[in-house]
Design a protein around this ligand. Structure first.
Ligand code: NAD
Length: 506
């Protein structure tokens, strides 16, 4: 198949398809086929999109609608997107190599149900609430109002393109903002399709604009544009730092969802059958390309050999294969660069003294001639100060670190620049909860992994991020707070203006 035979996707700006001579091939990581071409916007296209978004915001075509009306339109969009779920799943998985099981459930199923949650929030959110009624210096009533910020810029990564973009677009729209999305350059297809569905179902043109483009060009312009009031970013910690710097010029509000190096703390009273499966699930889902993955298993020295043996035997049953096969457990990684980077990390770990207990290589042989494949890899003898235990690999690589005693387990878990998520495995809830209290991470799951629920906040401690997405307060991050004071004193004579105007009668 050549590039000219596949569908070409223009940008979506101001309710119009906008094309350019610069375009990029979208590659299926499972077989390296070209699945689409997409127009690549530049800083100038971002300027156009921000202007379109600002015009809609200023005109009040969305920002001026009552929240219940916004909610009704968002529900209509979610229903229409649900009707198109099969094509959204296809667009999602062909660009990022997710397996069909994962793309259907996690990537698109969650994305649409979370969007529905934000539509509900538009109705239940406390847009206005009475606050203090004061009598000093004069009788007055305060009201606290939440109002949309204006233009929100959303910059997304490739790993869950639709889900992580809708975590930003959902609350931004629910709050009445207009939005410009800069998707990752690998994976713009599903959000381009979603924007079209949104416009066909009542979202005014120009409220949601999608500009695929390079991070350093289009992304950087969005993060620094003076008319953008807030930037919501998910991606690497390194780029997150750059976003902070770029946003500082116009003092934008920011939320950052960044990297992780999650600990899975196995206590010596854990149900080992569950812990073994849970630790594997925590690390190898989506070939480890998940920010909240548990990539460090922290295991009691007394159980180390037994745990590793059981883990390796169970991991051998993970079926790596074609993404469209419903029997496949694990698909490819995103591109050749990422595959090579993962393998370099494994080689580096070996050089530092770790042992490869399973995997450690690219998958080869029949069916794997094309695409970017890495074996599920388990490393033993890892010390927490090794690079493999400190840095985010973003691949199917699990490091097993030994500990003696709960205090050391907690110390190892916390010895990381990251603090996104952790898990604790134990049959004693009280003990596990006490450990959870001591772990410095935004989410701690006891006897489970990857438990992200739209009804509770998600985000990171330390260098894993800033602010929170999801949960009942998600709209806080997409609104300004205004305090309105209404004088109830009834006249000039009750006012304390003599503080200044004491000579008025002289
Ligand atoms: P990345 O940081 O390389 O890219 C993310 C986005 O930022 C892309 O759209 C990219 O084009 C853009 N970008 C790159 N440079 C930019 C710049 N200078 N200015 C503005 N935008 C720029 O991340 P990635 O490789 O796409 O995704 C993987 C990373 O994302 C991992 O570190 C992972 O942990 C993290 N992640 C975090 C979460 C979370 O919720 N905490 C979720 C998913 C992924």
């Amino acid at each position: 198949m050549t590039a000219v035979e596949v569908t070409h996707y223009p940008m979506r700006i101001g309710g119009q398809d906008v094309d350019t001579t610069m375009w990029r091939e979208i590659i299926d990581p499972a077989d390296e086929s070209v699945v689409a071409t997409v127009a690549m916007g530049t800083a100038a296209h971002i300027d156009e999109a921000v202007a379109a978004a600002k015009a809609t915001f200023d005109a009040g075509v969305w920002s001026g609608k009552p929240p219940a009306e916004r909610a009704a339109i968002m529900h209509r969009i979610a229903a229409a997107a649900n009707d198109a779920i099969e094509s959204l799943v296809e667009l999602e998985m062909e660009a990022n190599g997710a397996t069909v099981r994962q793309a259907t459930g996690f990537h698109v199923g969650y994305a649409l149900s979370h969007f529905t949650y934000f539509a509900d929030l538009a109705e239940s959110y406390a847009w206005q609430r009475p606050a203090a009624r004061t009598t000093f210096p004069a009788l007055a009533q305060f009201t606290i109002q939440r109002e949309p910020i204006g233009v929100v810029g959303a910059i997304a990564p490739w790993n869950f393109p639709l889900l992580l973009t809708l975590w930003k677009v959902g609350p931004a729209l629910a709050a009445g903002n207009s939005v410009v999305v800069k998707p990752d350059e690998h994976t713009p297809l599903s959000i381009l399709a979603f924007a079209r569905i949104a416009e066909e179902n009542g979202l005014p043109p120009g409220v949601l604009n999608i500009v695929p483009g390079e991070g350093r060009d289009a992304g950087a312009r969005l993060a620094s544009h003076p008319d953008v009031g807030k930037i919501a970013f998910t991606g690497s910690t390194e780029v997150g730092r750059e976003i902070m710097r770029l946003a500082s010029g116009s003092v934008k509000k920011i939320t950052l969802e960044l990297g992780g190096k999650g600990p899975s703390v196995v206590l010596d009273d854990a149900d080992l059958d569950m812990a073994v499966d849970g630790v594997l699930y925590g690390c190898f889902v989506y070939s480890g390309q998940v920010c909240e993955s548990g990539t460090r298993a922290i295991v009691p020295r007394s159980l180390y050999d037994e745990f590793v043996e059981r883990l390796v035997e169970r991991a051998k049953t993970i079926v790596v294969g074609p993404t469209r096969d419903w029997d496949t457990d694990m698909g490819p990684v995103i591109d050749a660069e990422q595959r090579d980077r993962i393998l370099e990390y494994v080689a580096g770990a070996e050089a530092e003294g770790a042992t490869i207990a399973l995997g450690g290589k690219a998958v080869t042989g029949a069916g794997f001639e094309k695409g970017f494949w890495v074996e599920p890899t388990i490393l033993t003898g890892v010390r927490n100060d090794m690079r493999i235990a400190q840095e985010e690999v973003f691949g199917p690589v699990l490091s097993i670190v030994a500990y003696d005693g709960d205090d050391e387990a907690v110390a190892i878990a916390n010895d990381s620049p990251y603090g996104l998520a952790a898990s604790v495995w134990s049959t004693d809830n009280e003990r596990a909860l006490a450990i959870a209290d001591r772990i410095r991470a935004g989410s701690v799951w006891i006897n489970d992994a990857h438990q992200i629920n739209c009804q509770v906040p998600f985000g990171g401690y330390k260098q894993s991020g800033l602010g929170r997405e999801l949960g009942p307060d998600a709209l806080d991050e997409y609104t300004e707070t205004k305090t309105v004071h209404l004088d109830l004193s009834g006249g000039r004579e009750r006012k304390p203006y003599d503080i200044l105007l004491s000579h008025a009668g002289d």
